[in-house]
Design a protein around this ligand. Structure first.
Ligand SMILES: *Cc1c(COP(=O)(O)O)cnc(C)c1O
Length: 431
């Protein structure tokens, strides 16, 4: 173990990491393409895009160049009363690829702030018009971030327990599994018909953190139609699903009815830098256009629309919108489908599913899909030992690779997974 790791443990507190009983962090010296390279020169395939952020591979030269050039020119400027080309270009480009109803871009710092902004925008939309609407609907199992507002609209579980007394009231509907769609729609309808609902927030088509759970576009379309007919603002949290993960540029592109607000982050800068974006329709912003100063949206962060970050996002969009990226996503999608055909009847596998470049399945480990299911604790080090970064969510194993992952590397990842599935006694050896 390098002295770096000792110094780390003396000075640093890592996210989502128990302080006892965990493996030491690995020291990463550099990264290139889909590979993380440790200080000992070992290569690890980043099969989960470093927590779902990376799109085009690590340290991509095109993004690195844009960041270097921008930082030498204008590194930052206050974004109230000032503006700059990278932010304007990025906003225009985002509006061009988002559904047509999206009209305005609000910048922030990460996925949690993007959803916070969306929730606040929706509440104040009604407040500014002196309309009383104080309910918000979310879906069981949702994850929208770790700040208080974002936690409030997310699943209340072991992670939020210390904070539950301080989270605001939210009406949760059940997760719409195939056999429950009509029941969930009825729950939703009952809530909407109270006339008290301000907004409905959801991860369109795929709930990420609850285990890459997928649900029907038809149902979500019906829910959005009903919500919008009742003036309820629909907030699509595309923090994970955005920028091509589900095959189309946004998961909402699979829908007929377009959400009113979009929350973006993760892949926005290609995974190079932290940034959040919340976009909305012109109608939503119109409730803020007033001579009454109190109708201003009083929200902002010190680093709003940081020019270097905007430059990274613009560079990432160049890569994302190139034909090559399209072809790569289609190739990964097809490989995932083939792999699912191979494993779906395996005795260790349940509910294998694919959406775009996301592949997930549950492992038959008797226990339910809770994060505390111990599968993760032996599987993570097992796969790292094989040179693959996979971080199961409970007993859900999933792949969400950068789009540049080559076919051979992808096959190596599949084979590593298969080898484990065929030899479940590996579990015993790694316990
Ligand atoms: C990761 C995630 C967030 C939170 O983003 P952070 O940048 O980690 O704050 C919000 N919503 C969804 C759907 C996410 O996957």
């Amino acid at each position: 173990m390098s002295s770096w790791v000792e110094r780390d443990s003396k000075a640093i507190w890592h996210p989502f990491t128990p302080l006892r009983g965990m493996e030491k962090p690995l020291m990463i010296e550099r990264a290139e393409g889909v590979h993380l390279i440790t200080d000992e020169g070992d290569k690890i395939i980043d099969a989960i895009s470093s927590w779902w952020v990376n799109l085009h591979g690590h340290s991509h030269p095109h993004i690195a160049k844009a960041v270097a050039e921008q930082s030498a020119k204008l590194e930052h400027v206050i974004f109230a009363g000032f503006t700059h080309a990278p932010a304007i270009q990025l906003a225009e480009r985002l509006l061009k690829i988002l559904p047509e109803n999206q009209a305005k871009v609000f910048y922030s710092d990460n996925g949690s702030t993007a959803t916070e902004v969306g929730i606040k925008m929706a509440f104040q939309y009604f407040f500014n018009q002196v309309i009383k609407r104080n309910k918000i609907i979310a879906i069981d199992g949702a994850y929208h971030g770790d700040t208080f507002g974002a936690m409030s609209v997310g699943e209340r579980g072991p992670f939020t327990e210390p904070f539950n007394p301080y989270l605001f009231d939210v009406s949760f509907i059940d997760f719409p599994t195939k056999d429950k769609e009509e029941e969930v729609f009825e729950q939703f309808k009952t809530l909407i018909e109270t006339g008290e609902v301000a907004s409905f927030i959801f991860e369109p088509l795929v709930q990420g953190a609850s285990g890459m759970r997928m649900y029907s576009a038809e149902l979500l379309d019906r829910m959005i139609a009903l919500a919008q007919a009742n003036e309820v603002i629909c907030i699509a949290d595309e923090v994970m699903t955005g920028f091509g993960r589900t095959g189309k540029l946004f998961a909402s592109d699979w829908l007929e009815n377009k959400p009113d607000i979009f929350c973006l982050s993760k892949g926005l800068t290609g995974g190079a830098m932290a940034m959040g974006v919340t976009t909305c329709t012109d109608k939503i912003q119109s409730a803020y256009r007033s001579n009454d100063l109190m109708k201003t949206f009083f929200h902002g962060h010190s680093f709003t629309a940081n020019p270097i970050t905007c430059a990274a996002a613009n560079a990432s969009l160049d890569l994302l919108l190139a034909e090559e990226c399209d072809a790569n996503r289609a190739r990964i999608h097809q490989s995932h489908l083939d792999f699912v055909t191979q494993i779906e009847n395996h005795k260790m596998v349940r509910n294998a599913r694919v959406m775009g470049t996301i592949l997930a399945f549950e492992m038959n480990t008797d226990k339910d899909t809770s994060y505390f299911n111990e599968a993760r604790h032996y599987l993570y080090p097992y796969f790292i030992g094989k040179g693959v970064l996979l971080r199961p969510l409970g007993n859900v194993l999933y792949l969400i690779p950068p789009y540049v992952i080559g076919s051979q590397v992808l096959d190596y990842v599949y084979n590593t997974v298969l080898e484990f599935l065929d030899n479940p006694e590996i579990i015993e050896r790694n316990k």
